[in-house]
Design a protein around this ligand. Structure first.
Ligand code: GDP
Length: 140
């Protein structure tokens, strides 16, 4: 049964020109792109997206980073998409990420770590609805 997840190529990776290479990794791993959009987001939009982290000490820094330049929002689909994308991403801190993962290859720090992927079905539903309207998610 196909599952969908929300992913973001973060501003560090877009700014360094890694977006194409990251999309190639995602494609090679068998994900279909349901929707994709490059845009910049405001600090307030970043704060709403990361609302679950609002008590964390890095909240201000993270939301400033996420609103610092263009990023790429995507809805991806495959069987077991949520867990498979998390595995492909690697650990949050690239220093701990396994060889071959996107964060090992493209991330520069625990904050500027190249890619986001939803961590559960409920968060995938919230995050997808946060950035995309229903009409954008119709399979062609
Ligand atoms: P993820 O699910 O692997 O993205 O990690 P989390 O949900 O724990 O954190 C969300 C995002 O916050 C991460 O992807 C990082 O960009 C950032 N982050 C997490 N931990 C830290 C930290 O200790 N310091 C800073 N500056 N940023 C962090």
């Amino acid at each position: 049964m196909p599952q969908r997840t929300l992913s973001i190529i973060k501003p560090d990776a877009v700014g360094k020109g890694f977006a194409g290479a990251i999309l190639a990794e995602i494609n090679k791993a068998g994900f279909r792109i349901v929707a994709i959009r490059k845009q910049s987001i405001s600090k307030r939009e970043a704060e709403g997206f990361y609302a679950v982290h609002h008590e964390r000490p890095f909240f201000d820094s993270l939301t400033t980073f996420m609103s610092s330049g263009p990023l790429i929002l995507m809805v991806l689909e495959k069987d077991n998409a949520i867990a498979d994308l998390r595995r492909l991403m690697g650990a949050t801190n690239p220093a701990n990420a396994e060889e071959g993962t996107i964060r090992k290859k493209f991330a520069s720090s625990i904050q500027e770590n190249a890619i986001h992927g939803s961590d559960a079905e409920e968060t995938a539903a919230f995050e997808t609805g946060y950035w995309f309207a229903g009409y954008e998610l119709i399979q062609g």
